[in-house]
Write a protein that binds this ligand. Structure first.
Ligand code: M6R
Length: 605
């Protein structure tokens, strides 16, 4: 949430920061701003509401050269979307950009008597004024005095008027990565802004000070001792973050799924079954657990729901799935025998991180399924199972979801094997079927035109219901979320059998119902529920398998996925639902990749 960047070096700071903000825009796109340290040593600020493109256009007026600066792309938390509230914020000699929330900002305003000084409604400007009041020529000393006062999460990039060419950065919870390259020194909220210049980077440790100069990127403790952060090598390059002819990142990322699945699954197979020895995950971890607790948010939580539907019948141990923002404030019934699985694409979602920390406090072993290498959740978990989706730029998660499912399926198979629920042949059979679901997904992606026609049928709907049972219910949840976030159509997912306990009152003639019916064991029951909504005039879009017999008139539109075993319909179904949402968003002329009010990485509560 909010993207921040700082640069100092021989190149044009304006160009580097604006390009970086474009890369970071998926973190928030309510407004954007830059502050540049000009050759004549004054700091020039420019802010614009709306997209980074507005800022870029306006920045053409800046002709003077600058070699250092900071930038910000905002997802509004404190205060409306306005130029005043847009970062950077300037207070006396201090100019800063901030990501996160300073929870005690109101108390600080009173404590430091800032009421009359503030030009914005932001918590960030409060920090800038306090810092300025502490500043007596030593940035480290002033920042060191500020931090203990702040409650909440933050990352800051800071410039001091009398320190041209120097950028300071500090963080607590909210992420920051940095690199020193031939092109200068950079710091940013995430790697996408650094990757054009360097694949080698480091994560700024919490409550340490980063000092960037044109010649170095150094990390210090607040006692002034320099530390050497661990250098990480990114496993993707700039090429992976380009659209490559696709009209949207989301469409590109949907197409990338089969490849991402292979990358996630194949290196982890030994003798045809999942093996996590290269990931450092011991069999004893899986063998000893008597229950599983999953915590995640949004799409990642839906991947957890699918894992629960798979693991409980397969392994016969209880699996609980919790929304991380709820879990973090509960008193969970977990202990050292509970394996806590944390799922997160970004590895930075603050609620998910808090859930992880809570689980650790309870003494539970933690395993995270994470896409971003070196992210906070990955670093703080006892064990990490990296997914290999590459960078996911569209705010709506697609390929990250599929690879999360893949990782969880692999984990389930190994779990069943080490707990003696599967013999070797059964584990091999399971793995083969998982792999055969990938070509089935490719087949679905090829049916884009057919799915676009389905999307066109529901463009003007006000409400849409998604129904399914068992695994299909977990897919329904994800299908509804995807549609909501990029089409702004109210969508709700229901376990098909639950609909008649109230919600069916909302089914009136023409209301679209997307029914997912791939689980043969309960097919008859699901189809009965479809009949119930059809009888009330619903416009039924039925998604089922190739060979499922459907009586005439049951559905208005039928989409069939290849015939595969129930447990393995995950990937093709994911693709159908993603493409329906995608084409509805396109059909309504909406901003597919950056839907309103959202941001990619949710680093505030
Ligand atoms: O980075 P994370 O996986 O932790 O993110 C969790 C959710 O914020 C995320 O999945 C969100 O629901 C997506 N925008 C959905 O498409």
């Amino acid at each position: 949430m909010c993207g921040i960047i700082g640069y100092t070096g021989p190149l044009s700071a304006k160009e580097i920061i604006l390009n970086g903000l474009t890369q970071l825009e998926y973190r928030g796109y309510d407004s954007a701003g830059i502050a540049l340290c000009m050759e004549s040593s004054y700091i020039r600020m420019l802010k614009k509401t709306g997209k980074v493109s507005n800022l870029k256009e306006a920045s053409k007026q800046i002709k003077e050269v600058s070699h250092s600066g900071i930038g910000h792309t905002r997802w509004a938390t404190h205060g409306c979307v306005s130029e005043n509230n847009t970062h950077p914020h300037q207070a006396g000699r201090v100019t800063l950009v901030h990501n996160g929330i300073i929870e005690n900002y109101h108390q600080l305003i009173c404590q430091f008597g800032l009421e009359k000084k503030l030009k914005s409604e932001t918590d960030s400007e409060v920090a800038a004024w306090i810092l300025d009041s502490f500043y007596q020529g030593d940035p480290a000393e002033a920042i060191g005095r500020l931090l203990p006062l702040l409650e909440g999460s933050y990352s800051f990039c800071i410039m001091f008027e009398d320190c041209p060419g120097e950028i300071y950065a500090v963080r607590s919870v909210s992420p920051l990565v940095a690199a020193y390259t031939h092109s200068g020194a950079l710091v940013a909220s995430d790697l996408t802004a650094l990757i054009p210049y360097s694949r080698q980077y480091f994560v700024l440790p919490e409550k340490h000070l980063l000092k960037l100069t044109a010649y170095s990127a150094k990390v210090y403790t607040f006692e002034g001792r320099e530390i050497m952060p661990e250098i990480i090598e990114a496993d993707w390059n700039m090429d992976a973050a380009m659209k490559h002819g696709f009209s949207h990142f989301m469409l590109k990322e949907i197409h990338e799924q089969p490849e991402a699945l292979n990358q996630t699954i194949l290196p982890r197979l030994t003798d045809g079954i999942p093996d996590f020895s290269q990931d450092g995950i011991p069999d004893s971890l899986l063998k000893n657990c008597t229950r599983i607790q999953i915590a995640a948010c949004g799409t990642a939580m839906h991947a957890g729901m699918a894992a629960r539907a798979l693991i409980e019948p397969l392994v016969r141990i209880p699996v609980t799935v919790s929304i991380a923002s709820e879990f973090r404030y509960e008193e969970p019934l977990i202990d050292k025998n509970t394996l806590v699985i944390i799922i997160s694409q970004s590895g930075e979602t603050i609620d998910t991180l808090a859930a992880l920390r809570l689980a650790k406090n309870y003494g539970s072993p933690t395993l995270s399924v994470v896409n971003v290498k070196g992210s906070t959740i990955a670093r703080e978990s006892d064990y990490v199972l990296y997914t290999h989706a590459g960078p996911e730029i569209a705010v709506a998660s697609t390929k990250a979801y599929s690879v999360q499912l893949a990782a969880l399926y692999l984990l389930s198979c190994r779990l069943a094997y080490v707990k003696g629920r599967f013999n070797l042949d059964q584990a091999k059979g399971f793995t083969n079927k998982l792999l055969s679901s990938i070509p089935a997904m490719k087949e679905v992606i090829k049916c884009k035109n057919e799915i676009q026609a389905i999307g066109n049928e529901i463009l003007s709907a006000a409400d849409i219901f998604f129904i399914g049972r068992g695994l299909d219910y977990s897919f329904s949840l994800e299908g509804a979320l995807k549609l909501k976030e990029i089409s702004y159509i109210h969508a709700e997912a229901y376990a098909a059998g639950e609909l008649k306990h109230g919600t069916i009152a909302l089914i009136s003639p023409g209301v679209p119902v997307v029914a997912i019916a791939t689980q043969e064991r309960i097919l008859g029951k699901t189809l009965s529920n479809v009949k119930e909504v059809k009888a009330r005039g619903a416009f039924v879009i039925l998604i089922t398998k190739e060979e499922t017999e459907i009586s005439p008139g049951l559905a208005d539109v039928i989409f069939r996925i290849p015939q595969i075993e129930d447990r393995f319909t995950i990937f093709p179904i994911a693709a159908v639902l993603q493409l329906i949402a995608y084409f509805v968003s396109v059909g309504k002329g909406l901003d597919v990749d950056q839907p309103r009010n959202l941001a990619k990485s949710v680093t505030v509560e």
